[in-house]
Design a protein around this ligand. Structure first.
Ligand code: UD1
Length: 416
């Protein structure tokens, strides 16, 4: 199993390009299922999760071609609407095939994702929405087995804000009879990127980016070309890494547009942030100030940046209170950070982090994607060597991480 060996202590400096967003690309790849014409996607990141989704789509009869960061999908021959456990268990986002399959062929058999390291993560809201649109759904032998003659538009209200739930139901509604209204919809920028792609395929959608999305069903969707938005979490992660190491960086192919809450906290911590049309610069202060935060659905502070900001607070001046409100078990990185010398106290969904003057390198274990990122950030500032085990999590969501960090002057090596 691969590990990353980090020699800490060097400030990050220079320029690096940010990739396309994993969490936008995953639902948009599934949107190809809605049409019998090709969907051409550019700026698709080369990540293990993307590879898993392409494998799943190919298994369903979708023709997949990949050339660099361009992916062409042709779902004309879609003939096997099945998402098996073996693939879903490695990537929960595979559940995003459910909505489009129901819309296009009226049948889907999708493995239940099961729990994961950060929480139970049920998909009951996806199922409830499809049932309201007329689908018959059985959950048996670990599979969601859903059938419908034709989905019909409905008024849908999700009990909580769910990102992939909103995306699944929005895709399902595109080919339904009549109008669907999704209330309490997720407002995440990735939902908007998906809606933009669907509109360019001929869908009639309004309100994406607000908490009420209206979709008027159409008879068919056509082919289109769409560029995936920049990854706001990758952007935030590199900004944190630069901040923690006392660095000075310029990130290209991204913007501050979708990360106001993150930029705000970095400025509170004492960083100077420059915003260009297609780039962001960050200059770190001599010592960061502790910043308290509370995660919540967009536009509030993203749960996917919580672990990286814990690493930032670990070496900042003062005490920060971090509240995680989205996932029930998302502090697994804290115990690993403590192994590096951090002062963190956990009480339920609250972490109290008191900054220390320095961290010391040690062997630590990554438990999930963003937890891994926080350990890398801490390793970059720790004295001596930090070995991060189980980095397969990172390969799911960060494109060419060692290469990009290396370009910024960090000493990071992959070891087997
Ligand atoms: C997406 C992101 C993930 C991010 C999360 C929250 C993708 C591929 N993944 O995950 O990176 O951390 O949003 O911003 O876009 N819930 C239910 N029932 C449901 C659906 C959700 O109880 O049917 C709960 C979840 O357990 C969680 C909360 O709602 O506590 C929010 O989850 P959700 O927004 O659905 O997360 P994902 O879409 O899985």
């Amino acid at each position: 199993m691969d590990k990353l060996l980090i020699t800490g202590g060097r400030p990050l400096a220079g320029e690096v390009a940010i990739s396309g967003a994993k969490n936008a690309a995953l639902p948009i790849l599934c949107a190809a299922l809605l049409s019998d014409e090709p969907l051409v996607l550019t700026n698709v990141p080369r990540l293990n999760d993307i590879g898993t989704m392409l494998k799943l789509l190919a298994q369903m009869g979708v023709k997949v071609e990949r050339d660099g960061d361009t992916v062409t999908l042709d779902a004309k021959g879609l003939d096997n609407p099945l998402a098996p456990y073996e693939l879903v268990k490695t990537m929960r986002a595979a559940v995003l095939v459910l909505g489009p399959l129901m819309a296009r062929v009226g049948h889907a058999k999708v493995s239940l994702p099961g729990g994961c390291a950060i929480g139970a993560r049920p998909v009951d809201q996806h199922i409830k929405g499809l049932q309201a649109m007329g689908a018959e759904v059985q959950v048996e032998h670990g599979y969601i087995d859903a059938k419908v003659g034709k989905l019909r538009g409905a008024r849908l209200f999700t009990d909580m804000v769910t990102v992939t739930g909103t995306e699944n139901l929005m895709m399902a509604a595109c080919l339904a009879d009549g109008e669907t209204v999704i209330e309490n919809a997720a407002r995440e920028p990735e939902v908007v990127d998906l809606a933009n792609c669907l509109v360019s395929m001929g869908a009639q959608i309004s309100g994406a980016g607000t908490d009420v999305i209206r979709i008027r069903g159409v008879a068919r969707l056509h082919g289109a070309t769409h560029r995936i938005m920049p990854d706001r979490i990758e952007t935030g992660t590199y900004l944190c890494a630069a901040a923690v190491t006392g660095g000075n960086v310029r990130l290209t192919g991204t913007s501050t547009n979708y990360i106001d809450s993150v930029v705000d906290k970095l400025m509170d911590a004492g960083c100077e942030i420059g915003s260009e049309r297609d780039a962001i610069t960050l200059k770190a202060p001599a010592r960061l100030k502790a910043v308290s935060l509370r995660t919540a659905p967009y536009p509030a502070f993203p749960t996917d940046m919580q672990a990286q900001f814990m690493a930032l607070n670990v070496v900042a001046d003062g005490t920060a209170i971090i509240r995680e409100t989205i996932f029930e078990n998302r502090f697994m990185h804290a115990v690993e950070l403590i192994r590096l010398g951090a002062n963190i106290r956990i009480d339920g969904n609250t972490a109290v982090v008191t900054g220390v003057d320095k961290l010391q390198g040690a062997t630590v274990m990554a438990t999930d994607l963003r937890a891994s990122a926080s350990l890398i950030i801490a390793g970059l500032v720790a004295e001596g060597e930090t070995l991060v085990d189980r980095i397969y999590h990172l390969d799911r969501g960060y494109e060419r991480l060692e290469e990009k960090l290396g370009a910024l002057g960090a000493t990071v090596k992959r070891v087997s």
